[in-house]
Design a protein around this ligand. Sequence first.
Ligand SMILES: *[C@@H]1O[C@H](CO)[C@@H](O)[C@H](O)[C@H]1NC(C)=O
Ligand SMILES: *[C@@H]1O[C@H](CO)[C@@H](O)[C@H](O)[C@H]1NC(C)=O
Ligand SMILES: *[C@@H]1O[C@H](CO)[C@@H](O)[C@H](O)[C@H]1NC(C)=O
Ligand SMILES: *[C@@H]1O[C@H](CO)[C@@H](O)[C@H](O)[C@H]1NC(C)=O
Length: 421
Amino acid sequence: MVLSLVGFLLMLQPYFVASRTNAVSHRSLSPVAEENMQLPFHRTKRFLQAAKRRQKRPATLIDEFLDQNSPLHLVFFPDATTAIDPVNGSDYYRPGNIWLDTEANPIQAHGGGILYDEISGTYYWYGEYRDVPKGWATGRVDVIGVGCYSSKDLWTWKNEGIVLAADLENQTHDLYISNVLERPRVIYNEITGMYVMWMHIDTGNYSKAAVGIAIGDSPTGPFEYLRSLRPHGRDSRDMTVFKDDDGVAYLIYSSQSNNELHIGPLTDDYLDVQVDMQRILVGQHREAPAVFKYQGTYYMITSACTGWAPNEALAHAAESIMGPWETIGDPCIGGTIMFRLAAFLSQSTFVIPLPGTPGSYVFMADRWNPAQLNDSRYVWLPLTVGDPDGRRSEFDFGFPSWPRVSIYWHQKWRLPLGWRS
Ligand SMILES: *[C@@H]1O[C@H](CO)[C@@H](O)[C@H](O)[C@H]1NC(C)=O
Ligand SMILES: *[C@@H]1O[C@H](CO)[C@@H](O)[C@H](O)[C@H]1NC(C)=O
Ligand SMILES: *[C@@H]1O[C@H](CO)[C@@H](O)[C@H](O)[C@H]1NC(C)=O
Ligand SMILES: *[C@@H]1O[C@H](CO)[C@@H](O)[C@H](O)[C@H]1NC(C)=O
């Protein structure tokens, strides 16, 4: 127990300075000095009793994370006094801290994804609005709807409201409050001029396992819900959509009871899937897919399936988006090994390309707070592809050799000035 806590303390020390500085300077994402965070490390009676009870098995970082009464709870979920407030003094992303919108309210966009709207030159962040006082007993909160925030700089976010709202009355409607709406994604269709939203739709017991589709004529909606379906006739839970450079969009979803992922192109209007589908990462039990593309190669970050508990992230790569997909390994760098193996206590949700800095991305993840889902946090970190000088290995001995995908832990960091140009 004490040893694992010491391990965690080490995580917060200035570790890994050399390679982090190296990588980010190559990629021009600004690193900043470590802060000296004070840990609440109280040897309370409860803490000592718990330590005694657990002597049979060393307590893990995950045990501490899931324990609401852990003395480390405030380290995992720092309180409002350390909230990130971009319009009032804050300069840095601080993964895990409360993040305020331009009206100083905590951002509610969990399991989110980003649309870059070329027409307005604006980023839109869509996610699960979860601010209801309900939940732990059933491990869920009522559906409120899809929250939307807009930003020009990925830093200050203006609340655009709930752009697809729950149905409060119709018990047979997919958006009825007792159902589940997760991981909304919005893409723009050039042919129809419509913004199309895909999302995971489920019943409270997750037996429906479907995707829902909604459309809007502006990024801020309001979106009109069209219907749900089981893509390719298969069960579908965690999902994402990816729009390729040629305008073809793909649905990627966990299927066969999360045993594998499926991928297939959408129809030209993005309102349905085509019949074409490939099973990928079969038997690997992955969810929370986040897809991006760099120099013609497709990449995906996923998590294992352990409910709200964090687990190890993996990166995958493919020459063709329809596969075959190969698993490269754990992309997380920095912190202690326990922290890395828990993906910095977060779960992937999206990867944002940064137009001005090729090979650099922002990795978006959720630090779920199972006992209070509305207080789940965001973990945004720099992600880079390739070795520091961007070349792939010449010595691949005939095997495909993928560039390294790296997600670097930072207590605080920011994008370089002028990153958009
Ligand atoms: C900025 O934050 C400080 C401390 O929380 C508060 O006193 C002040 O009113 C805030 N200013 C603005 C403009 O919101
Ligand atoms: C979450 O809900 C609780 C209970 O309603 C509330 O006290 C708290 O302020 C909410 N937290 C956030 C971050 O919205
Ligand atoms: C309730 O929702 C179902 C399914 O979407 C729909 O068929 C039905 O017309 C709705 N009923 C009302 C009263 O709106
Ligand atoms: C799950 O919930 C739905 C209604 O929300 C119900 O029809 C179904 O029978 C339930 N399935 C299981 C396995 O409990």
